[in-house]
Ligand binder design. Sequence first.
Ligand code: SAM
Length: 241
Amino acid sequence: MPPTIDLDHIRHLYRTHRDDLAHVRDQMRHHHTTNPHLRPTTNDIETEITYLLLRAHTPQHTVQIGTGHGWTTTWILSALRDNGTGHLHSFDTHDHTPHHVPTHLTHHRWTFTHGDIRTTTAHLPPHTDHLLIDAAHNGHFARWYLRHLLPTLPAHTPVTIHNVFRHRATPPFTEGALVMTWLTTNTTNFFTASAARAPHTHHALRQLKQELDLATPLHPGHHNPAIYFRLPTHTRPALTV
Ligand SMILES: C[S@@+](CC[C@H](N)C(=O)[O-])C[C@H]1O[C@@H](n2cnc3c(N)ncnc32)[C@H](O)[C@@H]1O
């Protein structure tokens, strides 16, 4: 069985990959100063967890839905570079991301598809090993991926969904509420470092970052609302989704 994504696992990964993480944080700071469009858009702990999970799981095919100006894309590509293996398949309805991601990271490692993921699924790789979703944050889009994308992926695939726990609870009919219903129906636990939802976890990781000298902020925010989980062995549709 692959390791459960929980606080112990994330702490272990911070310690294991501390030096590489410090190096990538310096590079990201530098990318930002040389390309102001490539600015921190996701909070530090959540992007670092993305990097660490990719280092731990060494996926061959990572799928990213929603790239913005490429901050998270650059983090993901840095993890694949440090792994020495893996390919990223990104999708966005806008086409500006390729102008901002450092080209030395993209060679042979990145395929960008310009278009709505709902009409470009033919461009998904034959096998997805890791999935990140940070696209339209509304119930309509969440229904689509919960019904049509997640059930097509292999059991235990690690999944990250952004922007779920900006607050302690998820308001009804939002993306976060639908995802929570789906996870409950599928008896699937999730991990979050959200300051609002999981303050003790959030505090523990900030303390660890202090201890490891990784605390100087790239992004000024501390919400970290993303959630992380592994797909269950069999997915069941949630009746309300
Ligand atoms: C919040 S931004 C992503 C930010 C990105 N994670 C970063 O690090 O900067 C959301 C992105 O999702 C894209 N998007 C929204 N709906 C989409 C869809 N149906 N298919 C593909 N991309 C979509 C938007 O164009 C936008 O660039």
